[in-house]
Design a protein around this ligand. Structure first.
Ligand SMILES: *Cc1c(COP(=O)(O)O)cnc(C)c1O
Length: 415
C-alpha cells in the first residue's frame, strides 16, 4: 500500500497557499492536525475513520464486472460502485473524514460550501452523524435550482445560507465560506468539497478518498489476478479522480484517464468571459483560484470565466493542483467528452446495466462509448461510478428531450 508523506503542497508549478493573512493561522493549525491525525494516525484517528466509513458509509463498495458493456466494447469493463456509498456518491469519504478531523481538533462547528448541493448534503449527513452543528453556504441561484438538496441538508439539521454576491453559484459560495472561516476559526472547521483550495486541503481530501483506490486495487487482484490496464474517472475538482488514481500513480502499466466536461464546445469567448465547458485541464491556463495555483478557465486579464456543463458537479472553473501536475507530467491523460456524449452514456449504462449514473459519472462512461477502439486502452478497464443519477433525473429528462439521441427512450409519458 502506498502511503502519503508530508509535503509542502507544491506540485510542479501548482498548489501552495495563496490565502489572506487572516486565514494563515487556520491553515497552519489544519496542516498540523492533518499530519498528526491522518498521516501518523495519532489517537487512532484513521482507525476510527475506517470503522465509521464502513459502518455508517457502507464500505467497501463493490468492484463489479459490467457484463453487457464488456461485450459491447470488447474489453473487460469493471465498475467501482461509489454510487452505492451512503448518500449516493463518493463525497461522503471526504465529508466524514473532515468532520471527524474537526472533532479531533476540538472544533465545535462545521461550515461548508456547496454548488449543486451534493457536497453540502454529504457534509450535513456526516455532521449529523457526529453530532456537530453545520452551516452550508450556497449561491442563491443554486438554492433555487437544487431544491431537493436544500431540503436534504435542512432535514439533516444543517442551516443553508444563500449567497447573493456575483452570479450566486459555487465560486461565490466558496469565497463566502472562507470569509466565515477567517473570523470563526477558533471553534470552526471548513470542510472543502474537492481536492482544491490551499494546502493541506488537496492532499488531505485525496487521502480520505484514497480508500477507493485501496479497495479497487485489492478487488482487482482478487477478481482478475492483477491490476487493471486502465482506470477512467470524471474530473470536476478532481476528488474522485485523485481518489481512485492514488494507488496506481506509481504503477506505470496502468493508464490513467481524467475525463472533463467538454460542455457544448471547447472554444471560449474571451470577450464575454464565458467558457461553454468546464475543461480546465484541456483548455485552461495557469492561474490562482481559491487559494491555490492551478489550471483555471480565465480570460486574458486573468478574470475567472463562467464555466458550463450539463452536469452541475463538474461545473467548476478550476481543478486540483496535483491532478493538473500529473497531466502536465504525462502520467494522467486529460480527455473530454461533450454534453451530448455524456447524455448518451447516461442512457447506455441505465439500459445495458440497470445502473442510472450521475451525469458527472456519465462523462467517464462516455469516454469508452466515444472511443473509436476501446481495446486500445487495454484488456481490463475500471470506470469509477462516482455517483448515482437520482439527483439528476429532472435535468436528464429535460436535456434528453431537447436532443435527438440515438439511444434515448421516449420521455413523453405525461402527454
Ligand atoms: C461532485 C461530484 C463529482 C465531481 O467532483 P470531483 O471532486 O471531481 O470528484 C463527480 N461525480 C459525482 C457523482 C459528484 O457528486
Amino acid at each position: 500500500m502506498s502511503e502519503s508523506t508530508r509535503t509542502d503542497g507544491k506540485f510542479g508549478p501548482y498548489g501552495g497557499q495563496y490565502v489572506p493573512e487572516a486565514l494563515m493561522p487556520a491553515i497552519e493549525e489544519l496542516t498540523d492536525a492533518y499530519e498528526r491525525y491522518v498521516l501518523e494516525n495519532e489517537d487512532g484517528f484513521m482507525d476510527e475513520f475506517r470503522q465509521r466509513i464502513r459502518d455508517f458509509g457502507g464500505r467497501p463498495t463493490p468492484l463489479q464486472r459490467a457484463d453487457n458493456l464488456s461485450e459491447r466494447y470488447g474489453v473487460e469493463v469493471y465498475l467501482k460502485r461509489e454510487d452505492l456509498l451512503h448518500g449516493g456518491a463518493h463525497k461522503l469519504n471526504n465529508a466524514l473524514g473532515q468532520c471527524l478531523l474537526a472533532k479531533y481538533m476540538g472544533k465545535e462547528r462545521i461550515v461548508a460550501e456547496t454548488g449543486a448541493g451534493q457536497h453540502g448534503t454529504a457534509t450535513a449527513m456526516a455532521a449529523a452523524h457526529l453530532g456537530m452543528p453545520c452551516e452550508v453556504y450556497m449561491g442563491r441561484r443554486d438554492v433555487n435550482r437544487q431544491r431537493p438538496n436544500v431540503f436534504r441538508m435542512r432535514i439533516n439539521g444543517a442551516e443553508v445560507n444563500p449567497v447573493d454576491t456575483g452570479r450566486g453559484t459555487l465560486k461565490e459560495a466558496i469565497s463566502e465560506t472562507m470569509r466565515d472561516w477567517a473570523t470563526t476559526v477558533e471553534n470552526t472547521h471548513y470542510v472543502i468539497g474537492s481536492v482544491v483550495g490551499p494546502h493541506p486541503f488537496p492532499v488531505m481530501v485525496r487521502d480520505f478518498h484514497r480508500i477507493i483506490a485501496e479497495e479497487t486495487k485489492r478487488q482487482s487482484v482478487e477478481q482478475t489476478g492483477g491490476l487493471p490496464d486502465a482506470v477512467v474517472a470524471c474530473a470536476g475538482g478532481g476528488s474522485n479522480t485523485m481518489g481512485i488514481f492514488s494507488e496506481f500513480v506509481e504503477a506505470e502499466s496502468v493508464g490513467l484517464y481524467a475525463v472533463e466536461a467538454g460542455g457544448s464546445s471547447l472554444s471560449v469567448d474571451e470577450e464575454e468571459g464565458v467558457a461553454p465547458n468546464s475543461a480546465s485541464l484541456s483548455t485552461g491556463s495557469e492561474g490562482v483560484l481559491h487559494g491555490a495555483r492551478t489550471r483555471v478557465l480565465q480570460d486574458r486579464d486573468g478574470q475567472i470565466m463562467e464555466s458550463h456543463s450539463v452536469s452541475s458537479g463538474l461545473d467548476y472553473a478550476g481543478v486540483g493542483p496535483e491532478l493538473a501536475n500529473l497531466v502536465d507530467t504525462g502520467r494522467v491523460q486529460a480527455v473530454n467528452v461533450d454534453d451530448d456524449a455524456a447524455l448518451e452514456a447516461f442512457h447506455r449504462l441505465s439500459q445495458d446495466e440497470g445502473i442510472i449514473p450521475a451525469l458527472e459519472t456519465a462523462h467517464a462512461l462516455a469516454y469508452l462509448e466515444e472511443h473509436e477502439d476501446p481495446t486500445a486502452l487495454g484488456e481490463t478497464v475500471v470506470v469509477n461510478v462516482s455517483g448515482r443519477g437520482d439527483k439528476d433525473l429532472e435535468a436528464a429528462i429535460e436535456e434528453t428531450e431537447r436532443r435527438d439521441l440515438p439511444n434515448a427512450p421516449s420521455m413523453g409519458v405525461f402527454e
